[in-house]
Design a protein around this ligand. Structure first.
Ligand code: UDP
Ligand code: MG
Length: 326
């Protein structure tokens, strides 16, 4: 009797073109590693194409496959969390549906896990045919992120990784709505290691991460892990006030002690423009944080499930979402 389960968690958003191939590849990997039992959790993140139906048709043929259909599109990070909340495995492998991350790497991930590591992330040593733009923005983002935040997020990694059940429990206990998983996992600590791999190009379909989503994601990452932008604002605000104070004395001096005080309008307007610009930026940064407090304080559930097809026979006491350690 094989006791130990390993779960795959696969977020899918409009992946009808790739999902069958992904399931085939993952199925092969599961078959080749037969020291564990497997479950393959697919989270349909509100797809508008045939993704969900394709998954359902596969469930009939392969009882390792499970479906969590979310009520709408919540975004990649939340979809992954929905999967984690339902995973029963002693280890969970988080992988994208588009085969950019090779499922075959599971074997190496598991070897490291068996050695006692709790988080083994895939480190990209080559990113095949991803545009220069995507690579360079990603590189800037991670460096900026590490510069600004209080935790050190490993460079050149995505969410493709194996995490031990301990870490899964830890993530279930983190209630924040603005979820930046790789940050949360870094924050959680435990024994971490990495395995290198080549990031392939998408098997089919287009990236679901246009620039707009990438910027929002970056903002989420920075603001959920760092107070530095706020601190920089106060610091810059302080310097600006000192300079304005000197400016005021200077202006008064010119106005009271000399005769050429009608001059200098250019300088004045410059100062006004500069300070009002700075103020707007800082109010904006404050607003970003305030907005996040607002979202968190509403305490809405992270996501709503529309339908769930799980194999109840091995999921007796693990049915409920968001169950915690105890
Ligand atoms: N995804 C999702 N919800 C979304 C966007 C993406 O579940 O709102 C999934 C998508 O199906 C894929 C993974 O997240 O499995 C990564 O997305 P994608 O490959 O489009 O991102 P990229 O690799 O281009 O950064
Ligand atoms: Mg991709």
């Amino acid at each position: 009797m094989k006791e130990t389960f390993i779960s795959w968690v696969i977020p899918c958003f409009n992946e009808e073109e790739v999902i069958l191939e992904t399931l085939a590849r993952i199925g092969q990997v599961c078959n080749s590693i037969n020291s564990y039992s497997w479950e393959i959790i697919l989270i349909d993140d509100g797809s508008t194409d045939e993704t969900r139906n394709i998954i359902k048709s596969k469930i009939k043929l392969d009882k390792r496959i499970q479906l969590i259909g979310l009520s709408r599109n919540y975004g990649h990070q939340i979809a992954v969390q929905a999967g984690l909340n339902n995973a029963i495995g002693s280890a969970v492998i988080i992988i994208d549906a588009d085969l950019q991350d090779p499922p075959e790497l599971a074997e190496k991930l598991i070897t490291e896990w068996e050695k006692g590591f709790d988080v083994i992330y895939g480190k990209r040593i080559e990113r095949k045919s991803e545009t220069l733009f995507k690579k360079s923005t990603a590189a800037i983002f991670y460096r900026l992120m590490n510069l600004l935040s209080d935790i050190e997020i490993p460079l050149d990694t995505g969410d493709f990784r194996l995490i031990d059940q301990k870490v899964v429990y830890a993530l279930r206990d983190m209630p924040e709505k603005g979820r930046f998983l790789r940050g949360l996992i870094t924050w959680a600590g435990f024994k971490q290691n990495y395995v290198e791999y080549k990031r392939e190009k998408r098997f089919a379909g287009a990236s679901k991460y246009p620039l707009r989503k990438m910027i929002l994601f970056a903002l989420e990452g920075i603001t959920s892990f760092s107070r530095k932008p706020l601190q920089i604002s106060s610091f810059a605000g302080g310097i600006a006030s000192i300079i304005s104070f000197i400016g005021i004395i200077y202006v008064l001096y010119i106005r009271l002690m000399t005769n050429n005080w009608v001059e200098g309008w250019a300088w004045l307007s410059l100062v006004i423009l500069m300070s009002s610009g700075l103020q707007l930026i800082f109010i904006g940064i404050l607003g970003e944080y305030l907005g996040r407090i607002y979202i968190e304080s509403k305490n809405r559930p992270l996501y709503l499930v529309d339908e769930k097809i799980i194999n109840a026979n091995f999921k007796e006491d693990n049915q409920a979402d968001l169950i915690t350690n105890e």
